[in-house]
Design a protein around this ligand. Structure first.
Ligand SMILES: *Cc1c(COP(=O)(O)O)cnc(C)c1O
Length: 385
């Protein structure tokens, strides 16, 4: 059943790199200061203040920003943090590094987000926080999480790595919990190669976050003239990116409306194309709850079995269309078993991990590319069903 029709290689992802980014980077060189917290870092900070009305701290990655969370919350060895198993490793790893135990719970079958109806039962006297992940930039049910966190006196955290520009009702994702993060890794909507930020929604964390990010020193205060020498005052690491990274990022932020618009066009075309196959029962399409405005971060489909998914990926690969699947659930990964705990059944997580496929989706994906993809997929369904 495998046959080759298409010859043009269609990538899964291609990060946008234009002359705009290059011009900004040249400007950093001309300014002569290339380390962190320079001219472009400040521009990025202002951009986010305007966009989401929050102070953010640029970091070397979303992973770095996540690593700052347990330090800021003073979490101790043996404390527990509830999170989905269906997520990228950093969500858990950032806490495990500080001796904190990730407690994995299942996801909702519709949004693939951490299930708000399970979380409360997973709370123990050791629980300190809940970290939600907005999968594919689609919002978790945040009012419910806020309510649970308040009732049990827990911190609410958001891994909004994929959720730049998405909303829960009128609130920007990443701004709802005590702390949030975005990622600017090249696989995300707005990128700087590697990069991320910590979003500070609870003002009490701001001063200490600056210190932790600057190797445990009060350097930021020193530069603002608030102290006359800077020194080692707390634990910390080097989590701030060079101004070269910030210059790249600032260019993308300035262009982000165009990026978002094109991604949304592509997302909607996929969604219209796959409708008929969902009706026939071959696949399931993403579900967007009415409380969510999503950001077209990802277009995925869910097959009914691992076997059909494997055939689909192979057929597309043979036709030079690159797709991708994820995640190996954290609760069954070697480090997850060693460092984490599992609460209840993770059946939905296991099933989704076996059956999900992500389609190519990036700013420069053309309508011609999309038509090639649609043709090949049509062929696949005709042969398979
Ligand atoms: C991409 C991603 C991360 C990691 O981001 P980096 O910037 O690469 O460190 C963390 N969590 C989730 C859910 C992600 O998608």
């Amino acid at each position: 059943m495998l046959e080759t029709i298409n010859e043009k290689n269609i990538l899964f992802n291609k990060p946008l790199c234009s002359t705009r980014e290059l011009d900004n980077i040249k400007d950093v060189f001309n300014r002569g200061k290339i380390s962190g917290d320079g001219y472009y870092t400040k521009l990025c900070n202002e951009w986010f203040l305007n966009k989401i009305n929050r102070k953010i701290l640029l970091t070397t990655s979303c992973t770095s920003a996540l690593e700052m969370m347990p330090i800021l919350l003073n979490l101790k060895e043996g404390d527990e943090v509830i999170m989905p198993s269906y997520t990228f490793v950093s969500t858990a790893n950032a806490f495990v590094l500080r001796g904190v135990v990730p407690v994995f719970v299942d996801i909702r079958p519709d949004t693939l987000n951490i299930d708000e109806n399970i979380v409360e039962a997973a709370i123990t006297p050791k629980t300190r926080a809940i970290i939600v992940v907005h999968y594919g930039g689609v919002s978790c049910e945040m009012n419910k999480f806020r309510e649970i966190a308040k009732k049990h006196n827990l911190y609410l955290l958001e891994d909004a790595a994929q959720a730049f520009s998405s909303k829960y009702y009128n609130e920007d994702l990443g701004t709802i919990g005590d702390l949030g993060t975005y990622s600017f890794h090249e696989t995300k909507n707005v990128v700087s190669g590697e990069g991320g930020c910590l979003i500070i929604n609870n003002e009490k964390f701001h001063e200490r976050a600056e210190i932790i990010r600057e190797k445990g020193t009060n350097r930021a205060k020193f530069f603002r003239g608030q102290v006359d020498k800077y020194t080692w005052v707390d634990i910390g690491s080097s989590y701030l990116p060079s101004d070269i990274i910030a210059a790249f990022l600032y260019s993308q932020l300035s262009f982000s409306d165009f990026i978002q618009k094109r991604r949304m066009e592509i997302w909607n075309k996929y969604n219209a194309f796959f409708e008929i196959y969902e009706k026939k029962g071959y696949i399931r399409r993403p579900f967007i709850p009415s409380f969510c405005t999503h950001n077209a971060h990802m277009y995925y489909i869910l097959f009914n079995s691992l076997e059909v998914r494997t055939k689909f990926i192979e057929y597309l690969k043979k036709n030079k269309i690159n797709t991708c699947f994820h995640y190996i659930p954290l609760h069954s990964a070697p480090a997850g078993i060693k460092y984490g705990k599992t609460f209840g059944s993770l059946n939905v997580t296991d099933k989704v991990s076996d059956t999900l496929v992500r389609m190519p989706l990036f700013y420069e994906l053309s309508d011609d590319d999309l038509n090639i993809i649609f043709n090949i997929v049509e062929n696949f369904f005709e042969r398979e069903f």
